[in-house]
Ligand binder design. Structure first.
Ligand SMILES: *Cc1c(COP(=O)(O)O)cnc(C)c1O
Length: 390
């Protein structure tokens, strides 16, 4: 059988027709599809406002600024994330601090996090790793106690729930960020979104997306000298998502519940097939959580940790597109140079040495899931016992 990637998009005829229709509509960017997609996403998540962006990265950049992050401030996030979560604050001249994680979920641990807070700390950014929500109430309490903004990096967690609240409702946070990269729950090719219930944050998101410009007369600081007049109030970028991408997002969103329930079925089948195996631990689901399984991250047992390189190579040779999520961000040369030269966090390091992501995407049927499990077992069974240590 062919190579099985760890994730991939689901695009059907309905999606293709939606894009074609948008392309034929005359206005291919900054038009009605952007607003339609934003309205549908806000309604799905139960948030007041939604602004879409041309990537999850640009959505993070805009969200951090919109909640007030500025030069000289610092913010706290998880090292077990994509580099963009940290980079998005560097763009604004803010310093980043990394907190350690929970060993089983891989999420930023709220316990002990307050030790990292000082007078320059302005923002907390927990990441819903793999689609398993962080304990949002715990983060909200910390944010309230220290007067910090709270932004959720929910790029893995569209369709997930925390208690009775949908991720994206921004019930506990100032803003929630999604990505629509093809491996994520829904795709627009590249794309992202920020959801918020705060009108001021919403207005700032619009500005950052539009090169810092407003054309709204009520917001002008000076009097217009003609009908052409507009004002730039702050630094911004061109972060617009096109209309044909928004049409794709709108069409994809209709299938989101199916995508998520199918991902959950795949995860359940994996958990049955791998139950009581001696090689690795399976991803947990806390009582408060409804997991959306962007990833299915397994964690090697102690004696298999030293063999991760070999296991990864053999899984790839067996045609499995396994991945590692993630190299702790502070290990990247850019962050090493920024002052993290001798920095490491014990639980993040341990997680990194154990974690492997198995294929999970909506087009997988039971037969394919069973095929993956069979190949995984084959690889582990063929490891030479001596190399396993104990
Ligand atoms: C995908 C992802 C991003 C960035 O999204 P892009 O759309 O690729 O720019 C940020 N954070 C996390 C956790 C992600 O998985």
């Amino acid at each position: 059988m062919d190579f099985i990637p760890y994730g991939r998009q689901w695009i059907d005829e309905e999606d293709i027709n939606a894009v074609v229709e948008a392309l034929k509509g005359g206005i291919i960017t900054r038009g009605k599809w952007v607003e339609k997609f934003e309205g549908a996403l806000a309604e799905y998540c139960g948030a007041k406002y939604c602004v879409v962006f041309n990537s999850g990265t640009s959505a993070l950049v805009a969200a951090y600024r919109a909640v007030g992050l500025d030069r000289g401030d610092n913010f706290i996030t998880s090292p077990i994330t994509f580099v963009a979560t940290a980079n998005a604050g560097r763009v604004w001249g803010a310093g980043v601090r990394f907190g350690d994680i929970e060993t089983d979920t891989g999420n930023l641990n709220p316990e002990g996090l307050e030790n990292l807070i000082d007078e320059k700390t302005k923002l907390l950014v927990p990441v819903h790793y793999a689609g398993h929500p962080v304990d949002l109430e715990a983060f909200r309490k910390i944010a309230d106690r220290h007067n910090l903004a709270l932004v959720e990096d929910a790029c893995h967690a569209l369709g997930a729930r925390y208690k009775n609240s949908k991720i994206g409702s921004a019930e506990y946070s100032d803003a929630v960020v999604f990505s629509f990269h093809p491996v994520k729950h829904i795709t627009t090719g590249e794309g992202g979104a920020v959801l918020t219930n705060d009108r001021v944050v919403y207005k700032r998101l619009l500005m950052v997306r539009n090169n810092g410009i407003t054309r709204n007369r009520e917001e002008f600081l000076n009097s217009p000298d003609g009908d052409w007049y507009y004002e730039q109030h702050q630094l911004g970028f061109n972060f617009w998502l096109t209309d044909f991408q928004s049409a794709l997002g709108y069409s994809q969103l209709k299938k989101l519940d199916f995508f998520v329930s199918h991902r959950r079925e795949i995860a359940k089948l994996y958990s049955d097939l791998f139950k009581d195996n001696p090689y690795f631990d399976l991803p947990p689901e806390r009582d408060y959580a409804f997991h959306s399984y962007h990833l299915y991250p397994i964690r090697l047992r102690e004696s298999y940790k030293p063999l991760k390189g070999e296991i990864f190579k053999k899984l790839r040779q067996a045609g499995l597109g396994v991945q590692v999520h993630y190299i702790p961000v502070y290990r990247q040369p850019y962050y090493r140079n920024l002052g993290f030269k001798n920095f490491s966090l014990p639980k993040a390091e341990d997680f990194y040495l154990r974690e492997l992501s198995l294929p999970i995407f909506p087009a997988m049927d039971d037969r394919l899931v069973e095929e993956v499990a069979k190949r995984v077992f084959n690889v582990f069974e063929e490891l030479s016992p001596s190399s396993a240590g104990d």
